[in-house]
Ligand binder design. Sequence first.
Ligand code: AMP
Length: 190
Amino acid sequence: MKNIIFFGPPGAGKGTQAKIISEHLKISHLSTGEILRNKILQKDELANQLKEIMSAGKLVSDDILNKIVLERLTNETNKGYILDGYPRTIVQSEFLNTFLKNSSSKIDYIFNIKINFEILRNRIIKRSSEESREDDNLEVIQTRYSEYLNTTQKVSNLYKDTHKEIFHEIDGSSEIQEITSNIIKILKKS
Ligand code: AMP
């Protein structure tokens, strides 16, 4: 059983690495951003709300996220999972702790992908033309990055303090394959 969390600012490559590593380990890839983007396609009242929040680069409410994650993790039958984009707030991390405690499970690895804003900015511009995501333009990326610095980085710093032995910093400025092999080395070692 391998349960993993990926942290990192928007555009750091969390999603790309989470996908590759989940296929490598044959475990589930739970991307909250992806789940929310799929919900938007349903075009109901919730979809309209989500669209407004996400296209502005803001965080969706903890209640919505915790409900989504609880549902997905409760139905999890695989040999483990990667949380990609969750927890992003302290409230979400507390909710996850309670879930883990109640289900007598734990997180085995945490990878924090680090990258500077300049590289990130260029990647986002490239991705926006390739994937036409509404939240991938420069103005919105500033908001998403601020949300990361003001909120999510506090969560990853907390995990860094409380989960030292499973917390791994990863250089996100390298090539995709090199990042993957650095992560796999850590997974093999410990
Ligand atoms: P991502 O694909 O992980 O970059 O997420 C895209 C967008 O989905 C974010 O900018 C948020 O608006 C929303 N989102 C995804 N995960 C969360 C979360 N854990 N908490 C709040 N909002 C989230």
